[in-house]
Design a protein around this ligand. Sequence first.
Ligand code: ATP
Ligand code: MG
Length: 242
Amino acid sequence: MSDPVFRLSEGKVTLGGRPVLRGVDLVVGPGEVVAVLGPNGSGKSTLVRTLLGLVPLASGSVEIYGRTPQRFRDWRRIGYVPQRLTAGGGVPATVREVVASGRIARQRRFLPASAADRAAVRDALAEVELADRAGDPVQHLSGGQQQRVLIARALAGQPDTYVMDEPTAGVDAASQQALAASMRRVAGEGKTVVLVAHELGPLAPVITRVVVLTDGEIVKDGPPSIADTSQEHCHPHESVWP
Ligand SMILES: Nc1ncnc2c1ncn2[C@@H]1O[C@H](COP(=O)(O)OP(=O)(O)OP(=O)(O)O)[C@@H](O)[C@H]1O
Ligand SMILES: [Mg+2]
């Protein structure tokens, strides 16, 4: 049998002296489309960052495709969309540059971008409907557009597994539909998706499994139910939903 994509066993994480994950078990298999739901501060971002080895475990273990994050090498298989674009100063990157950075794990060092790289970047920009903004500095885009740039960066890498932290926060309804279409496409290709959301909205039909976190613990893990599609107890950061 092949390794699961992620295996977190008894994962405990402490941040700033506080327990943030309290012994979480989560195994994600290839082809699953998992939504991680839960109130603000329940540990959703910490959970996905832990799966990626970005947060140290106080105890427990995590494996990515059967290897610890330290030993895992095949990062091209993973596309990560972080919760927010960090507002770094310095040299402004264009939309195309940020999306092209999603190809780096695939590139041979010191070789210029290949035709396949350029095509992947072009297709990803078209898929999130930002082809006409390719040459603009990302800082000139709205928050929702910047979110779409990060989604395009993940798509451009053509990974086997997408990990997306609130990919729809601050994105308008039309873009949410476009993202749902992208997710349907990648799910149909058998890719794995782990996405954090406050509500499923148009993504609901694509989701195969819902994991609900409350105060650092999984309180539900199973197929989606009607109640998951509109999480009344949750408050999106920048929701455009009524
Ligand atoms: N670096 C840190 N130091 C201390 N506490 C932290 C740190 N990062 C997160 N926390 C705390 O851990 C808890 C979980 O945070 P996390 O960002 O994982 O929650 P979340 O469910 O993603 O929340 P949101 O819905 O707001 O994105 C919160 O109480 C948060 O304040
Ligand atoms: Mg979060």
